[in-house]
Write a protein that binds this ligand. Sequence first.
Ligand code: FAD
Length: 323
Amino acid sequence: MSVLVFVDHTQGSFKKKAFETVNYAAETAKRIGGGDVTAVVLGTVSNEEINQLGQYGATKVLHLNDARFDNFSARAYAKAIAAGVQQAGAKVVIVSYNVSGKAVAGILAAQLKAGLVSGAVDYPQTDNGFVVKKTVFSGKAFAHVKITSDVKIIALVPNTFAPKKGEGAAAAEALNVSLSDADFGITKVAEDVVKGEIPLSEAELVVSGGRGLKGPENWGILEDLGKAFGATLACSRPVADAHWRPHHEHVGQTGGTIRPNLYVAVGISGAIQHLAGVNSSKTIVVINKDPEAPFFKAADYGVVGDAFEVLPKLTEAVNKFKA
Ligand code: FAD
């Protein structure tokens, strides 16, 4: 049975989560008895970049090299992916549980009359039907959901698995679908591109600030710690809502989902909606002046103290250790 994976790119280059979804699709194909692993790529991406997908398990790539796809449009993307599903004869469709994946998955499910499990955190089990494990209640619990429809869609939580590179090569084919400008129906008015920093979804080390830092003028002490660690910055939602920090730094249920090796949370209470985005981090360090802060329950290491005293000392210690 053939598996199709929608592979997202950022301005023509694939990030870690793209390779992760291809690996996941390849493992899923094995579990359902083998078959093609077809990657769908939409927009301007070089052949060199596309060739990498074979090394992560794709056996075929359907590429629609149409610059209109360089700006995300859920309707047009879903239409193109649905055409890819028909072309490949795929029975399982994999997308990443990120902004674009979430947006297309629902439309695809309606179009293909397919069962959808969003927020998957493991490979499907096939001993007794087709069962997918997903997080529920903002990551507090898991559910095992059986999909019984002919076509099945899985939206995989990014950073669930570390992508593994192999040796394979994928055959490229054009994706056959015709789209009118009306199918796109979206105009990009602005783009917020973050330069220089490792993006949060890729970062192994993350230093994050909450309302306990009192205001944007105090972010310097967090940035200093971030620099000392070589970490990417994140924040809680109220911090982004108050425009203390840009929205792309917001993590949690309504923000990014991350799984770094180290997550340092400073002045963040640890509300369930925040934990939903970070509680799979390998090591969590919490710095909070309230010993009763709920985040301490999820922490591997905790410092009860005032961030304004603790951070400069911690930064100094990290810098000394590096010297
Ligand atoms: P607060 O709750 O105000 O906590 C500040 C913390 O800082 C406290 O624990 C305090 O003890 C500590 N502190 C204060 N001063 C100091 C100091 N000097 N030194 C050290 N510590 C100090 N939130 C998210 O983060 N991400 C989401 O995606 C998200 N989605 C949501 C979705 C919905 C539907 C809803 C209803 C809420 C969502 N929230 C989300 C909001 C969430 O419920 C919390 O309100 C939010 O996470 C709290 O942010 P905070 O911890 O920065 O602030």
